[in-house]
Design a binder for this molecule. Structure first.
Ligand code: RP5
Length: 163
């Protein structure tokens, strides 16, 4: 890793069809001013692209990888097998099983290669970005402040009474 202070986040996803969910992660990272790169990488359709990305992620200065995948969702686990950079998996809501297939595939990693699994769909994408920010914040005080501001503004946005 070149510079511990300026680690980037990678947002990868198995298909163009995942982008409507994963773009919410981009939105949060933009808001917290974290550098990121977004790519389509499929474990089964573009295995070489996945391999090349994962083995060069450290030298490319990525500090966290967010991987969204749906169905038989092996992308996060396969990337995690190839690098020790923390991998956060976002289970995409699949058409047939509403994301139950995705979340079980991502969460049920056998011991030895962990993937941090978030909620199915949009909530998962947003929380993956917030968790990535929290990991980056450990070594980056600017990001830490931005994340704390984000939380404060969320609290302020909650009305005291329903209307
Ligand atoms: C997975 O298959 C992708 O992550 C996507 O969620 C799912 C369906 O892909 P498409 O058939 O829409 O390209 O690899």
């Amino acid at each position: 890793m070149k510079n511990n202070k300026n680690l980037k986040v990678a947002i990868v996803m198995g298909s163009q069809s995942d982008y409507k969910t994963m773009k919410l992660a981009e939105k949060v990272l933009k808001n917290i001013a974290i550098n990121f790169e977004t790519k389509i990488i499929s474990a089964h359709r573009t295995p070489k692209r996945m391999y090349d990305f994962a083995i060069s992620a450290k030298k490319n200065n990525f500090g966290v990888i967010i991987a969204g995948a749906g169905g038989s969702a092996h992308l996060p686990g396969m990337i995690a097998a190839l690098t020790t950079i923390p991998v956060l998996g976002v289970p995409i809501e699949s058409k047939k099983l509403k994301g139950l297939d995705s979340i079980l595939s991502i969460a049920q990693m056998p011991k030895g290669v962990p993937v941090g699994t978030l909620a199915i769909g949009e909530d998962g994408a947003i929380n993956a970005a917030l968790l990535a920010a929290a990991i980056i914040a450990n070594n980056n005080s600017k990001v830490k402040k931005k994340l704390e501001n984000w939380r404060r503004s969320q609290s302020r946005s909650v009305k005291k009474r329903p209307s």
